[in-house]
Design a protein around this ligand. Structure first.
Ligand SMILES: *Cc1c(COP(=O)(O)O)cnc(C)c1O
Length: 345
């Protein structure tokens, strides 16, 4: 019995389907499935185990990599932050990890057995070496298994030159280097075919969400459900919830849903944010509370306490919900924190 009224459902056949779509879009490339941040909130080891054809997995920190090895994952695992001291290097060795090298303090942590992903900063200005620093570092690492990589800042946009310039800059610095190369995140995979190269690094797309506008073939992996826990009938002008930010437009039925910002639903979701009940989109009204939120039930006056509610996923895209918040699909996924989860094919 789910007494928390918040259930995250993970659809594993949607995951397999999305993986397949990615393979079709970039048939020549190997796939490093990005599963950092608990696989974008979907569950780290469950997602990894259900991507048997992924050529590798990208994680942020050693704990995530250790959890994957413990769960029996044998594919390549890339530590996107790399290591910062010898203890971490040793642990990374034991776990047979590939290491990103992005910072000068990491250059002396060189181990001949390790595969390094040398990160080139072509404009993101977060991690990585500038192109003019690369030749010197390359000399140190070129006898290792080495993969050259960069990361896009804005590939969901196609109306500017930022990504093309990043691709060109990467190309210029690496074209004489006979090593594998990797550039594309999901947006690059979708919008910039010339960025596919040896390895692509999809994250969001795996979970069925396009960062580059609606994609007809991707299927959402996560569906977040709750329930109506009360129905009320309010009079015209009645305020709803904290701070009275919504006043009833007429005499109307209101539903209270058993989920709130304490479960990771965005507190700043605006009045009008869609919520799906009985396959009908209704509007969030008033402020989201810690473990409840209110909806306008005028479109479904027959709704009853106990009826299931979908916050996002099948039937209601998370991109659409995100459009009513100051956030994006990535953050909403990572924050969704149901105490109950279920899986199906
Ligand atoms: C998270 C991440 C990705 C995946 O990005 P998406 O936009 O989710 O596809 C790719 N590369 C790096 C370096 C990342 O950190």
């Amino acid at each position: 019995m789910n007494t928390h009224h918040s259930l995250i459902h993970i659809n594993l056949s949607a995951l397999a389907h999305n993986f397949n779509i990615i393979q079709q879009i970039a048939p020549q490339s190997k796939i490093l499935a990005m599963i950092k941040a608990n696989a974008y909130g979907h569950g780290l080891t469950k997602i990894a185990k259900n991507l048997p054809d992924a050529d590798g997995f990208g994680v942020a920190c050693l704990d995530e990599a250790a959890a994957l090895r413990k769960a029996g994952i044998t594919q390549k695992i890339v530590l996107m932050r790399g290591v910062f001291n010898h203890a971490e290097l040793n642990l990374a060795h034991q776990l047979k990890l590939d290491l990103v090298i992005h910072h000068k303090d990491q250059i002396n942590l060189l181990s001949r057995q390790t595969t390094y992903w040398l990160k080139i900063n072509t404009g993101m200005n977060r991690l990585g070496f500038l192109p003019d620093e690369i030749p010197e570092i390359y000399e140190k690492f070129k006898y290792n298994h080495l993969i050259l990589m960069t990361h896009f800042s804005s590939a969901e946009e196609t109306s500017d030159l930022i990504t093309s310039q990043q691709i060109q800059s990467f190309q210029e610095i690496t074209h004489n280097m006979p090593h594998e190369k990797s550039m594309a995140n999901s947006a690059g995979i979708l919008n910039y075919k010339e960025s596919h190269r040896d390895w692509i690094r999809p994250g969001l797309m795996l979970y069925g969400i396009s960062p580059a506008g609606y994609h007809p073939h991707l299927q959402p992996v996560m569906t977040w459900r709750s329930q109506l826990i009360a129905i009320r009938y309010q009079k015209k002008g009645d305020p709803i919830g904290y701070n009275q930010i919504y006043l009833c437009e007429e005499n109307m039925p209101i539903g209270i849903v058993g989920v709130g910002y304490g479960d990771g639903y965005p507190r700043h979701a605006k009045n009008g944010t869609p919520v799906l009940i009985n396959n009908i989109e209704v509007s969030l009204i008033g402020r989201v509370s810690m473990d409840m939120l209110a909806v306008d039930l005028r479109k479904i006056p027959s709704a009853k306490a106990g009826n299931p509610v979908t916050l996002w996923g099948e039937g209601l895209s998370i991109e659409k919900v995100a459009g009513y918040t100051a956030s994006n699909a990535y953050e909403l996924l990572c924050n969704a924190n149901a105490r109950v989860r279920s899986l199906s094919n």
